[in-house]
Design a protein around this ligand. Structure first.
Ligand code: HEC
Length: 258
């Protein structure tokens, strides 16, 4: 928790988007030095994917049955996902606007004390191929795109951000307006045909006002999206007209018998 000029900093998964990328050891400067930085996540968002070394939010937001297991997070796709053998999949090249909604929030609702920033909830998600590489293009609702990573400055009024190498989308929590938020919006453009099954890795935390990784509720998971193959034009049946080849032979044979 950092207090700046008497204003409580807005607390975050870390204290600001950059904290996800601050070195985990806080850098080379000793604590208190003017160049010292807050230790951070070292570029690991904790979505659970290979790009995050399979680390999830629950590795730090420690499992405690007293307050955990009550929240859920749902991802609504627009346009709706195609069904592939009864499983929600994706159509190659389609851009899906995705609304993430945390339900069952039960922590931090009664109002936080004066010295803490407030009720912070967060989520992060990543999309990976079966080979563990980032798949498709992520875009925040602040106008950033992973196809143009780091080139755009986020605009106000956003709910999601990209940062660093843009391998994960995560909730913006830098404004007072973000306090208590449980709905976030972003988009994902599916890769072109042939990418195969894509896995979405995700995690969400219902913060308890304390701005640490204890006492929170956490939900982590992943969903496998099979690729919908384009409806095939009826395949020509190769032998359907084979009898035509026999016709000249048949005629020839008839003629010879005359
Ligand atoms: C490497 C450990 C680590 C991982 C992984 C991690 N967090 Fe955190 N989280 C922390 C720490 C440490 C804090 C306190 C930060 C501070 O004081 O600024 C925190 C704080 C938070 C808070 C504020 C909690 C409160 O009580 O107000 C939320 C919300 C949060 N994290 C969400 C997430 C989500 C969502 C994920 C997974 C996508 C995640 N975190 C993954 C370590 C982690």
């Amino acid at each position: 928790l950092v207090l700046l000029a008497g204003f409580p900093s807005v607390a975050l998964a870390w204290d600001g988007a950059a904290s996800w990328y601050n070195p985990a050891n806080g850098g080379n400067a000793p604590p208190g030095d003017k160049n010292a930085i807050m230790p951070g996540g070292g570029g690991i968002f904790g979505t659970g994917g290979a790009r995050d070394y399979n680390i999830t939010c629950a590795n730090c937001h420690l499992d405690d049955k007293k307050q955990q297991g009550q929240i859920a997070i749902d991802f609504a796709f627009n346009p709706p996902q195609p069904m592939v053998n009864g499983v929600a999949g994706y159509t190659p090249g389609t851009t899906y606007t995705i609304t993430a909604t945390l339900s069952g929030e039960h922590l931090g609702l009664s109002g936080c004390g004066p010295y803490v920033t407030g009720n912070i909830n967060n989520f992060a998600a990543s999309f990976e191929s079966s080979g563990g590489l980032s798949a498709g293009v992520l875009a925040s609702d602040s106008g950033q795109s992973s196809a143009n990573c780091g080139k755009t400055t986020p605009m106000a009024g956003r709910t999601t951000l990209l940062y660093g190498d843009c391998h994960a989308i995560f909730s913006d929590d830098g404004d007072m307006a973000d306090l208590g938020r449980t709905t976030w919006s972003f988009s994902w453009t599916a890769p072109s045909a042939g990418a195969g099954t894509i896995t979405m890795y995700y995690g969400a935390v219902d913060g308890d006002c304390m701005m640490d990784s204890f006492g929170d509720d956490v939900k982590t998971g992943n969903k496998r999206f099979p690729e919908a193959t384009a409806a095939l034009a009826p395949r020509p049946r190769p032998y359907a007209f084979a009898f035509l080849l026999l016709l000249p032979l048949a005629l020839l044979w008839r003629q010879r018998r005359r």
